[in-house]
Design a protein around this ligand. Sequence first.
Ligand code: NAD
Length: 351
Amino acid sequence: MKKKLVLIGYGGMGKQHLKRIQKSKLTDIIGVYDNDLNKNYNDLSEQVKIYTSFEEVLNDKHVDAVLLAVPNNLHKELAISALKADKHVICEKPVTLNSLELQEILSIAKQTGKVFMVHQNRRWDENFLIIKQLLAEEKLGEIYYIENRVQGSRGIPKDWRQSKSQGGGMLLDWGVHLIDRILFLFPNQKVTSISTVLNYFLNHEVDDGFRLELQFESGKRAFLEVGTSNFVELPEWYVTGSVGTAVIEDFELNGKYVTLTGELTKEAVPIETGAGLTKTMAPRTDGSIRTHSLPVIQSDVSEFYDNFATTINHQTQQIVKNEEVLRVMKLIDAAFASSESGKRVYFKNGL
Ligand code: NAD
């Protein structure tokens, strides 16, 4: 039988969950609760029950789990209440506003034995999975440097995302996705330091973008960037290694990867560029590189919901593990500290 979920928060992301969960074989949304009394539920099917309070949801014995899609500052309180009421929980990202809040939730989850799982859905983005595959197949050789960014030009939405107390700002919003994915790419590598600069270009109380660099113990570096004032976007992904470079330009997956076919040390012919001469930067015109199309990847985020159900049944482990999310939140804490102090934060024993 499908696990019965009630959606808490019928806003932008709540509606997405309702749509996506339809593909799930093992979970179903049987009800919705939103505290906005003027909410319009006309688009909901008659089978979906409208609850009038969170307590009504928690007291309903037919409900297996709640799916929290409410503003960020409410995640902790609602998650803890649900776990204590014997419900499993799916929680939207960012799981909480800092790592301490997450630890509070995790200790209650442990006490109650309920499943608590965070919706890190951007692990299922095709652009990320393409990079993951190129790395797994070692197409670029040893990776030196990886850049991932998202850029828009509309500023941050004019809702709770502009409020600090409600957990607004781009570091908590997109930052958790970008950090989560980079850690997922290099699962066995500790981070040795982080350096972050938050942007306040638009004069809000929260950041409207950031630039962040992670240093791994292997020497690899990751540069993550979010911008909301960019009328021309830089590539979403740029990854370079010992024998190749990959680029994904945009959400439409335009891009390529280029690999070395000949000798790395072939002598270059100097070229005139602008008012100078350069040998180092001379492009390869000698046939020693090959350009490839990006691999095509199929992805289905309904895996997330199905894994939640099988984890409840003790058949699988969580696909998004809480220790992974905690590590991300510790890096978020350090990113805020780095930006505030203007200094790189070092992790003595790695994180
Ligand atoms: P939203 O403002 O569109 O919707 C939030 C809804 O929650 C609103 O309908 C509001 O009335 C309701 N709400 C507020 N307080 C409530 C309460 N106490 N009880 C019940 N309902 C309450 O916001 P959104 O864009 O849907 O974001 C919701 C969450 O989803 C956030 O945590 C956000 O970070 C996350 N999100 C995730 C993704 C993703 O791709 N994973 C994308 C967008 C948003």
